[in-house]
Design a protein around this ligand. Structure first.
Ligand code: HEC
Ligand code: HEC
Length: 158
């Protein structure tokens, strides 16, 4: 192992420990049904990243969901809708009076990701789509987006 990588590994390990200690003190919103149904095609996007109005619009349109059929039975739709809206974020996600469906189109997301990253990164083969959070956020599937867990894919640099 190169010395740099060795140091990096130690740093990463200690960050990992800090993060898990932190995570325990502030539990993330979780729900097994949501995890299962909304985490099968992509990571289960955390409820806090969209407003309740946006989640309602997403849940109203599951039959034609970004080109996929993600429809669910009424009871599951209702339960997941309740979970998402009750843990929703407070930032507005409206544009011209309509609730945005995409986290990746919200001003917060664009701002958070534009300063740090070259424009071409979103279309690079390793990333494919900005919606593919786990291309860079190694713990996205667990709902964690901490800065310390970001690894840009191979061949992509800032
Ligand atoms: C059958 C597959 C499938 C299922 C199941 C599914 N989705 Fe999706 N979802 C997609 C696809 C495809 C996209 C578009 C991804 C892209 O643009 O790269 C998407 C995108 C999204 C986005 C926008 C991401 C962005 O760009 O910010 C949200 C929000 C979302 N899904 C929420 C949900 C929720 C909530 C559920 C569960 C009720 C769900 N999805 C279940 C296929 C699915
Ligand atoms: C191409 C790589 C890449 C993709 C894909 C990506 N991100 Fe990021 N994300 C970053 C980088 C780089 C930062 C900036 C970290 C910093 O401030 O130094 C960041 C920052 C964040 C932050 C703030 C972290 C903090 O603690 O400040 C959140 C939350 C976040 N991203 C969520 C998402 C979500 C949700 C998705 C998918 C819908 C996503 N990201 C997709 C690279 C990416």
């Amino acid at each position: 192992m190169k010395p740099f990588l060795f140091c990096a590994a130690i740093v990463l390990t200690s960050f990992g420990m800090l993060n898990s200690a932190h995570a325990e003190s502030r539990p993330r919103a979780n729900d097994p049904l949501w995890q299962q149904e909304c985490g099968s095609c992509h990571v289960p996007y955390p409820p806090r990243l969209l407003s309740a109005a946006s989640w309602n619009t997403v849940m109203d349109g599951l039959g034609s969901h970004f080109g996929s059929d993600a429809s669910l039975d009424p009871a599951s739709t209702k339960a997941i809708r309740r979970f998402l809206t009750s843990h929703a974020g407070t930032r507005t996600t409206e544009r011209q009076g309509k609730a945005l469906l995409r986290i990746t189109e919200t001003p917060w997301f664009v701002h958070e990701h534009s300063e740090e990253l070259p424009a071409g990164i979103w279309k690079s083969p390793a990333v494919k789509s900005a919606s593919n959070c786990s291309a860079c956020h190694t713990q996205a599937a667990q709902g964690s987006f901490s800065e310390h867990e970001i690894r840009l894919p191979k061949g992509v640099s800032r």
